[in-house]
Design a protein around this ligand. Sequence first.
Ligand code: GTP
Length: 479
Amino acid sequence: MPGETITLQVGQCGNQVALQYWNQLAAEHGIQADGLPLAYPDDPSSRFQSGNTDHVASQGQSREDRPELFFTLSDSNKYTPKAVLVDLEPSVIHKATNALPMFNPRNVHLSEHGSGAANNWQQGYSYGLQYQEELLNLIDREVDKCENVSNFQLFHSVAGGTGAGVGSLLLELLSDRFGSKKLINTFLIFPSNEKTSDVVVQPYNTVLTLKRLIDYADSTFVFHNDALNSIENLLFNTGGSRNSIDGQAAFEGANKIIAYVAATISNPLRFPNYMHTSHESIYSTLVPTPDLKFLTTSVAPFTSQVSRQSYTNEYEIILELLNDRYKLNRVTEPIKYISVLNYLIGNNLNQEEIRKGTTKVQQRLNFVPWTPSSVQCVNGRKSLFGNNSATKGLTGIQISNNTSIVGVFTKILKQYDLLAKREAYINSYTESNDAQERARVMGLFNECRESVALVVEEYKACQSVNYLEDDILDEDEVM
Ligand code: GTP
């Protein structure tokens, strides 16, 4: 049986995205907002397919899905997300716990001063350092409720103060405490470049956060608000609320897409499958070396119209997932693929259409020369709670490791260099204004910048036919 996942959701963006994530998981497992389960539907077809009558789902008895990998079931028969919620200002978490009272109020950490981290990574990081014991206690308590945690996942923005700064500190703490024994995966949201940002120091925050991801995360799913904004037809109908001036509503459509993708990644674990039955097997398919671990996703179909769904089949979805326009990361130039994993989620999936689609994809994609150029497809199972908008219809996601990261990180480095050249706004990251302190902080910042630049170089180098041989040569030279 796969191990459990503990979710850390940090800052405004992290908590808003994670709220949609828990809505999605709850809908798929028939869990109501207060944590009480709906009656589990009997499913004669799955009884026939699995041939395993021990697992037959009937009310009050065993179920075929595994909500317990993400939720804790209490003695009073209520499900609670295995989640720790952190923010330095209270409004977003209050909204989340009001919307979903299933959250354990004891797993919430709010700052006493309640005014956020002022979009400053350093403020968030220092706060995290000061409260690290409390934060670790919350995590340990969740770990103790699990039989065998295999995975930590972090939802956060790369650019603000809390998600970026406290998030970075949490990555250090997790790595220090659990080392290589547990996976650490992150869902990272980049801000829009196109909309003028009122936060001029975002490139500093981003580079400082990326350094921690490079050092401590096993994989990172990159989402870009520009990519999400430019997708014309959203998969979920948000009633036009994206234009609302309220922060939460403005991002609602984008957050639902991120949440859908994040939830679908664990579909084969939560709805037991014959392939990819552990986090380890999913990530080992996607991440060939620790230097190449920034992942891109896409989702299809991008529509909420039922009529469109009625003529979408497995083949069409697989081809739609190829389209760079539907990638949730910013893709600005032709890319090369290192690995690709498709998921199709539906009932009675047509294997011939999947085979046709997969063959076509393999022919069309431009792979780096040293990978097998094969595309795997997970046949995901649909929730039996199939009559709500979060669970109906045939859908697919694609996870890929590709070179679009070069464009995203290069843009950040350019923005960073513009600030760093003049040491602009560096005072908000230093302890004093004397030249020595400024030089110390700039030195630390530039180390982080170099780590990000090395990732860019690695993604460029991996396009060479000799990439793996170069690595072997490097190792020989060291010996
Ligand atoms: P402080 O506000 O400094 O305490 O940090 P924070 O981590 O709470 O900041 P926030 O999460 O607001 O991160 C900053 C960036 O994240 C913003 O510039 C937005 O681009 C983006 N962002 C904020 N909320 C959301 C959200 O709900 N969804 C998405 N997709 N992006 C968001």
